[in-house]
Design a protein around this ligand. Structure first.
Ligand code: ADP
Length: 256
């Protein structure tokens, strides 16, 4: 190994370093672009309810005292738009905090069966329009995780099942262990289903197959991206099985 060889090694090290820096810059660029898009989409989503609230406030100002129907309609619309905005802002804050690395998970032993039982009890209380069923295939299926976060993810899946399933439909919650030995919980509905083209996109921020339908049922297009953020932090993964007009099953699995 003479000085030439040393020069050679130095060259290839430099090249390696250059590639590493370039790939880091690419990733930073990509993440910056994603953030910029997120901010622009979020502003757009917030502008709509603000414009509607302003419109109805003007209507109230002009006709509210004389026309009772306008009064009632405006109050109802302002309430519903501000509820939507509140939900949107809370979800945006969750994701922004998550992106900035400020969210700490509190890990503990969590019984998936008990957790799903709590989610079921809440759902039965707030939604009498569907029939909720829970099947725990194993007693005391324990995982390590942040129980309130996992519960939040499960609630999002159950809320969606209810949103996209006609009245009277069944919503099945199940916990168990899959063929790989991974613990799972799943939420299955008898709803409208998701098209194969849309399925790969449902976890993207603000993605909706049918924006009007999602909006009408109080959707923001952020629910599943929050669920994904939570499950990713647990090293978990999703499986989506859906047939249009038949229903959807979303399974959340936890290795280890
Ligand atoms: P949204 O607030 O619009 O429901 P999500 O992020 O929770 O937003 O879901 C994204 C989109 O995925 C929804 O708008 C809907 O098109 C589709 N989707 C999610 N869950 C279901 C389901 N259970 N059945 C049918 N479509 C669903």
């Amino acid at each position: 190994t003479g000085p030439d060889a040393r020069l050679h090694t130095g060259d290839s090290e430099l090249l390696g370093l250059e590639q590493a820096v370039n790939s880091l810059l690419d990733r930073m660029r990509q993440s910056y672009q994603q953030q910029a898009r997120f901010v622009s989409d979020a502003s757009h989503e917030l502008r709509t309810p603000i414009a509607v609230i302003q419109g109805y406030a003007n209507l109230l100002d002009r006709w509210g005292k004389e026309d009772e129907q306008i009064l009632e309609e405006s109050i109802r619309a302002i309430k519903s738009e501000s509820d939507h905005m509140k939900k949107l802002v809370e979800q945006l804050l969750f994701l922004a905090r998550g992106d900035s690395g400020k969210t700490r998970l509190v890990m503990e032993k969590v019984s998936l069966g008990n957790l799903m039982k709590e989610v079921l009890d809440e759902s039965v209380l707030i939604d009498p329009k569907h029939h909720y069923i829970l099947k725990n295939e194993e007693d005391d299926l324990l995982i390590t995780g942040d129980s309130s976060m996992i519960k939040q993810a499960a609630r999002i899946l159950v809320d969606n099942a209810a949103k996209y399933t006609p009245e009277g439909g069944d919503i099945l919650l199940r916990t168990g262990r899959n063929e790989k030995g991974h613990s799972f919980f799943l939420v299955q509905d008898e709803g409208i289903g998701i098209s194969p083209d849309d399925t790969p996109h449902i976890f993207e921020r603000f993605f909706r197959s049918d924006p009007a339908r999602s909006r009408e049922s109080g959707g923001t297009g952020l629910g599943l991206s929050i669920a994904k953020w939570i499950i990713d932090r647990h090293g978990g993964y999703f499986q989506v099985l859906s047939r249009e007009g038949i229903g959807t099953r979303i399974t959340v699995c936890f290795p280890s």
